[in-house]
Design a protein around this ligand. Structure first.
Ligand SMILES: Cc1ncc(C[n+]2csc(CCOP(=O)(O)OP(=O)(O)O)c2C)c(N)n1
Ligand code: SF4
Length: 284
């Protein structure tokens, strides 16, 4: 008699399966809650095995996201998430590499890395939670704060300089996938994350994401002003034109272009031996 039993197929992973059991320490109402919900929905839609996903971040409230996800995580140094993620992707091209952080982390201290990540076009998906403020360090102006925002005692007359425009910079620097979403619309955000992960190359997903504590006006402002605008184009000139008209609240996939993603250079297998032999000669 054949007594072998059929092994049932494993149940599909749900969004909950991608959440760790740590309880977020974010303020009640912070937009970051909706972003982690969208990320886990996207991972469930793609059915990515948890051990094949790595989540890298810098420092900030938003950068806590890897701790709340049940995939591999690396909570890195302020502003250094992108080089870390690029190195990881180059060394382990089999992994899906996600990066998360805030506007301060990504565009201020990490600004130089942002430029070069766009230019290099390694296959990582970068989700920036932009609340135009340094949330974790109690409400200082960030690169994306409007020149006339007077909400911080450190800049009582406003920062006085025009806000950084991440999408224009990303397009100019060579990013091959650029999108903007609003945390208040997690369905669209999850769809953009799925598209970003599927895109082979550097994907920027710029999320308008309110800080209810230091920018309490943002929730209403975003709800009133966000408008679905863009369908993806692969025409860079067209994308630049759209950005010249952008009021900062347009959402959608702005630009998607299949430019080859950065891969590790192929190093000849004998190189290390040759180096070692060189040392031996030098020491003799
Ligand atoms: C090298 C270094 N400089 C400064 C800090 C202090 N610091 C921690 S988080 C942060 C800004 C966080 O703002 P943002 O990246 O916009 O994230 P949010 O907290 O708003 O999500 C700063 C300046 C630090 N941790 N390390
Ligand atoms: S300070 Fe702002 S960004 Fe940080 S958890 Fe609170 S609401 Fe969110």
């Amino acid at each position: 008699m054949n007594d072998c039993k059929l092994i049932p197929a494993p149940a599909p992973l749900t969004a909950k399966d991608y959440r760790s059991d740590l309880k977020p320490v974010w303020c009640a109402g912070c937009g970051d809650y909706a972003v982690i919900a969208a990320i886990t929905r996207a991972l469930a839609e793609l059915q990515l095995p948890r051990e094949d996903v790595a989540f890298v971040s810098g420092i900030g409230c938003s950068s806590r996201i890897p701790a709340y996800s049940a995939v591999y995580g690396f909570h890195g140094v302020h502003g250094r998430a992108l080089p870390l993620a690029t190195g990881l992707k180059v060394a382990r091209p089999d992994l899906t590499v996600l990066v998360a952080g805030g506007d301060g982390d990504g565009f201020s201290i990490g600004g130089n890395h942002f430029l070069h990540a766009c230019r290099r076009n390694a296959d990582v998906t970068y989700i920036v939670m932009d609340n135009s403020v340094y949330g974790m360090t109690k409400g200082q102006a960030s690169p994306t704060t409007a020149a006339d925002w007077t909400g911080s005692v450190l800049t009582p007359d406003g920062p006085g300089v025009p806000a950084f425009r991440p999408l224009e910079i990303a397009l100019a620097a060579g990013a091959s996938f650029i999108a903007r979403a609003f945390s208040g619309d997690p369905t669209t955000l999850a769809a953009q994350i799925v598209a970003g992960i599927r895109h082979e190359g550097f994907s920027l997903i710029h999320v308008l994401c309110p800080c209810v504590t230091y920018r309490p006006e943002q929730q209403k402002e975003f709800k009133a002003r966000v408008h679905a605008e863009w369908q993806p184009t692969d025409d860079r000139r067209e994308a630049f034109g759209r950005l010249l008209d952008d009021d900062g609240y347009a959402t959608g996939i702005l630009y998607r272009n299949p430019r080859p993603a950065y891969r590790a250079p192929q190093v000849a297998a004998t190189t290390l031996d040759a180096i070692a032999a060189g040392f031996e000669v030098a020491a003799a």
